[in-house]
Design a protein around this ligand. Structure first.
Ligand code: ZN
Length: 239
């Protein structure tokens, strides 16, 4: 099956902080997933399904993934609760061609560690201002995005970021405390395209920012599979 219409996006959110902490609920009253759905569905050809970690099967089933072109994953406090079976399902879907966008603290998720093979560790500190610099303006994910996006309130993520060598570095974050970070990077694993994007700390409405919305929307289009398979590539014995 190739070129599905519409573009089917599943937003998968651990949905912990927004339920447990009133100050985070005030930022995202319906959860980060509904904020993401809100701007993605302004695109006429995009259909969004939202699932959360506390749903049956952690929100993830084989059938859902088979009908997902691009999965967006936000996680932080409950990384360890994601089961090995859920990780296996998502990894197989990516290897078979599903796109994956990992947002903010999802860098450290079991899924990203399983797909990329490194520790995904970094330097971090609460409360910083970020300037997000586009260093690859011809990349499709940077389409319509200015040279620099000012994010007045973010969490600092700093180098060294233990990732494998990316296919492309599209954004570099500069923080007022002096740190820098590869904030928007792409990878290919199997047939699947992966975009990791650092902005989106839950204490500030970063996903309400129009340029951040533009980047995530572009990434969804970029990560859409040209052709999706039922299973990852297999060894083929030639006769
Ligand atoms: Zn954070």
């Amino acid at each position: 099956m190739c070129e599905h219409k519409p573009l089917r996006v599943t937003v998968w959110n651990e949905f912990f902080h927004e339920q447990e902490l009133p100050e985070i609920r005030a930022v995202y009253p319906n959860g980060i997933h509904e904020c993401l759905r809100g701007f993605l569905e302004k695109e006429q050809d995009v259909a969004v399904t939202c699932v959360t970690l506390d749903m049956p099967h952690q929100g993830i089933t084989e059938e859902l993934l088979r009908n997902t072109d691009v999965l967006i994953w936000w996680s932080h406090a409950r990384q360890d609760d994601v089961t090995d079976e859920t990780v296996r399902l998502v990894k197989e879907a990516v290897l078979s061609g599903m796109g994956l966008i990992a947002l903010h603290s999802a860098h450290y998720s079991k899924i990203m560690q399983a797909l990329l093979g490194t520790t995904m560790t970094l330097h971090w500190k609460h409360g910083d201002r970020e300037k997000l610099w586009c260093v690859n303006p011809t990349h499709p994910i940077a389409r319509g995005v200015p040279a620099c996006v000012d994010i007045p309130e973010e969490e600092m993520y700093g180098e060294a970021f233990d990732i494998p060598k990316p296919d492309d570095i599209i954004f570099i974050g500069w923080f007022a405390s002096g740190y820098v970070f590869r904030s928007g990077v792409t990878f290919t694993r199997g047939l699947g395209r992966i975009f990791y994007f650092q902005p989106g700390h839950e204490e500030a409405p970063v996903y309400e920012h129009p340029h951040i919305q533009r980047i995530i929307t572009n990434a969804v289009r970029w990560a859409r599979p040209a052709c999706r398979r039922e299973a990852p590539p297999q060894n083929v014995e030639e006769k």
